[in-house]
Write a protein that binds this ligand. Structure first.
Ligand SMILES: [Zn+2]
Length: 322
């Protein structure tokens, strides 16, 4: 993720409803729109099978459970592209989604010379009204670390990477079924800008390039686990969608976290969708002193912060008249 101001570009290094045995569903969900797959040249596959005999019902978003998801991701090691940890987190995310009753589709492609694996989760064959997404990869180098000896090591990414994934997974477990069609998307290769032969937001660029549906809202969450959480409005984001989310947060009493002021202009995974004409926003707390350092570890994030963001999204997604 890259930060920029208006004039000076400053790189701060930036089951379906799983009905057991539902053969019909697994057939119909393979092609989501007029017989078209989610992606034009999909090289991935659709996994749609019952993972649990008990379909989870609506329940409250649990920040503590989301925090445990961060700890699990950190235990895999840095999720840098091409690593075993990266492959492991991809299969773990898919497995968690299936247990929560979602189907998944993997977009395996290449972008700008790099392999990309984006995961889409859905519960119905209807086109999504909303896409909620986060990047799951972590940065290859901790080049913002105060210790230069750490600059060649990989970022743990507890907040920058794992926090967004954790909120998406906890939402997958707790959102009721009777909400407008929603996709949860786990994006690859967001975080390697300003590294030779790399760039920022490669996963979302690959995803937007092949997206075959037209959601009314695309919401990116990134770096939302900071124990000292301050989320400002972001200048590149769709203004109406921003207002809607901030209003929801205020209704829940979270105005001290969702601060009603603009602060940063950020290049993050919302950009390719905005460029493609979709209303998209980036929900991000960029005031994080451990950004792209070896200190981006689970002790810097909190269950409370994850729950504030998760609750806000949960209520926004379940509110019929938003
Ligand atoms: Zn980052």
């Amino acid at each position: 993720m890259k930060l920029s101001h208006r004039t000076t570009l400053i790189f701060l290094a930036v089951s379906g409803i799983l009905l057991a045995g539902s053969f019909l569903f697994s057939r119909s969900s393979r092609h989501l729109k007029n017989g078209q797959p989610i992606f034009d040249d999909l090289a991935g596959r659709l996994d749609s099978h019952p993972a649990s005999m008990t379909t989870p019902g609506p329940q409250a978003f649990d920040g503590q459970r989301a925090l445990e998801d961060i700890v699990t991701q950190i235990s895999f090691g840095p999720r840098i592209p091409g690593s075993r940890s990266h492959a492991r987190v991809v299969s773990w995310i898919q497995s968690e989604l299936k247990m929560a009753g979602w189907s998944t589709q993997l977009q395996s492609t290449r972008y700008a010379g790099h392999p990309i694996e984006n995961i889409t989760a859905f519960r119905s064959s209807q086109n999504p009204q909303v896409i909620l997404a986060a990047h799951y990869d972590s940065r290859i180098v901790a080049d913002q670390d105060t210790n230069p000896a750490h600059h060649t090591q990989a970022v743990p990414g507890a907040n920058d990477g794992a926090s967004g994934v954790a909120v998406l997974l906890e939402l997958s477990r707790t959102l009721p079924e009777d909400i407008p069609p929603l996709w949860l998307v786990f994006l690859d290769a967001e975080d390697n800008g300003q590294i030779e032969d790399w760039d920022w937001i490669l996963g979302s660029r690959a995803y937007a390039a092949e997206l075959q549906v037209s959601p009314q809202a695309i919401i990116i969450i990134d770096m939302i686990g900071d124990a000292d959480l301050n989320i400002y409005k972001e200048y590149n984001s769709d203004p109406l969608l921003t207002e809607s989310i901030w209003e929801q947060a205020a209704e829940l009493g979270y105005m001290d976290v969702f601060i009603p002021e603009y602060k940063y202009r950020i290049v993050d995974d919302h950009i390719p969708f905005i460029e493609a004409g979709f209303p998209a926003i980036d929900i991000i707390d960029f005031d994080y002193p451990y950004w792209h350092t070896l200190e981006d570890t689970p002790d810097k994030v909190s269950a409370e912060s994850l729950e504030i963001v998760g609750n806000t999204l949960w209520h926004w997604l379940t509110q019929p008249n938003r």
